[in-house]
Write a protein that binds this ligand. Structure first.
Ligand SMILES: NC(=O)c1ccc[n+]([C@@H]2O[C@H](COP(=O)([O-])OP(=O)(O)OC[C@H]3O[C@@H](n4cnc5c(N)ncnc54)[C@H](OP(=O)(O)O)[C@@H]3O)[C@@H](O)[C@H]2O)c1
Ligand SMILES: [Zn+2]
Ligand SMILES: [Zn+2]
Length: 352
């Protein structure tokens, strides 16, 4: 074992603060990574504050962070995918059983025995796993991704969660040229959703509550922008969408969007608000429409997404911050005041 600097929270009401955690020495299959950047996902905030207590109660101390980009410092004797000095990425998963039907299909996000990057039982050290708000991490090579060399590292980090979480459902539901696609909520996930929908050739419409994001939405690749609190503007799109991706982190009316779907249209929820949403059955019945959900993505698809980003020069629009600003960043995230992802420069942690 070795010690690593990190930021953790001690309870649902405590701020994140500097600490030291234990990391395992790499086993034969492990890759040890010096973390250079880690994105701040809204899930980090939900977890730090135990907002998902009903389904995923937070174990404290909690070290969040699952949008990790860094450089390999050491590899175990059986590691073939990486060598010291390589760039590496780690997302929301660090382990799975590798034997269940989901794993065999490369869909580790559905494995019943998966280990999330933080807050899940750590089968090596006991306790729970600790995430990327840290100077280093040790991960089985199966869960480590290659980062295309042409991407800016601070801006690539959010691809490991916000990127794959929006890319995967778009591929599953056939987003392509000729489709009309809506993205609800222009935050970390939403702005990646716009970039992917645009890159895949769809007619892309952004729904936002923030008037000051309209110009950005167009710059990011939207063909149209709708202020979602304007019922008249919403009504103009009734019955016209093939697919809508809901990336909202807080309570909101999903029925307003269901009514915008065409016959057999689908709305996928990736946003995971603390409180249950309410659903009017008739919105689904009249058009045989569906509402579904989607979790992150498997390892193969995450690598596919990263390679797609390399080919199309797609990264996240980031505000790079020092780790000492993380609590302030959480408050701004709650106010939908980030353009469009915070990325923590881990040099600021090393310097502490
Ligand atoms: N399914 C998965 O695997 C997965 C993976 C990662 C994250 N998530 C979840 O996805 C959600 C979004 O994450 P994120 O990191 O993108 O969050 P974020 O950056 O905070 O973005 C959320 C956006 O939702 C909109 N919004 C916020 N409050 C709202 C309200 N009261 N009414 C309507 N719209 C509101 C805002 O967009 P506008 O300003 O444009 O309105 C905001 O920018 C979170 O719940 C997160 O936990 C799920
Ligand atoms: Zn996330
Ligand atoms: Zn499995």
């Amino acid at each position: 074992m070795f010690n690593a600097k990190a930021y953790s929270t001690a309870s649902s009401t405590s701020p994140l603060a500097s600490t030291v955690i234990a990391r395992r020495d790499p086993t034969e299959d492990d890759v040890q990574i010096e973390i250079l950047f880690c994105g701040i996902c809204h899930s980090d905030l939900h977890m730090a504050r135990n907002e998902w207590s009903g389904v995923l109660p937070t174990v404290y101390p909690c070290v969040p962070g699952h949008e990790i980009v860094g450089r390999v410092t050491k590899v175990g004797s059986s590691v073939t995918k990486f060598k010291a000095g390589d760039l590496a990425g780690v997302g929301c998963l660090v382990d799975s059983d590798g034997t269940c039907p989901a794993c065999k299909e490369g869909l580790e996000q559905f494995c019943p025995n998966q280990t999330l990057t933080y807050g899940f039982p750590d089968r090596h050290l006991g306790g729970v796993t600790y995430g990327g708000y840290s100077e280093s991490i040790v991960v089985d090579q199966r869960f480590v991704l290659h980062i295309p060399a042409n991407l800016d590292l601070a801006a690539a980090a959010p691809l490991l969660c916000a990127g794959i979480t929006t890319y995967s459902p778009m591929k599953h539901w056939g987003v392509a040229a000729g489709k009309k696609v809506g993205i609800v909520g222009l935050g970390g996930l939403g702005h990646m959703g716009v970039k992917f929908a645009h890159a895949l050739g769809a007619h892309t419409v952004v729904f936002t509550t923030s008037r000051n994001k309209v110009d950005d939405a167009l710059r990011l690749g939207a063909d149209e922008v709708v202020l979602s609190r304007d019922a008249n503007a919403m009504g103009k799109h009734a019955g016209s969408f093939d697919f809508i991706l809901d990336c909202v982190s807080a309570d909101h009316d999903i029925n307003a969007y269901i009514n915008l779907l065409t016959r057999d249209g689908n709305m996928t929820l990736v946003g995971a608000p603390e409180k249950p949403l309410s659903l009017v059955s008739f919105g689904l019945i009249v058009g045989r429409r569906s509402v579904s959900g989607s979790p992150i993505g498997g390892l193969a698809e995450t690598q596919e997404m990263l390679d797609f980003c390399g080919e199309h020069s797609i990264t996240s629009d980031v505000e790079v911050i020092a780790i000492q600003q993380v609590n302030e960043a959480y408050e701004r995230l709650l106010k939908a005041d980030v353009k469009y992802r915070f990325s923590i420069d881990m040099a600021s942690l090393k310097a502490e």
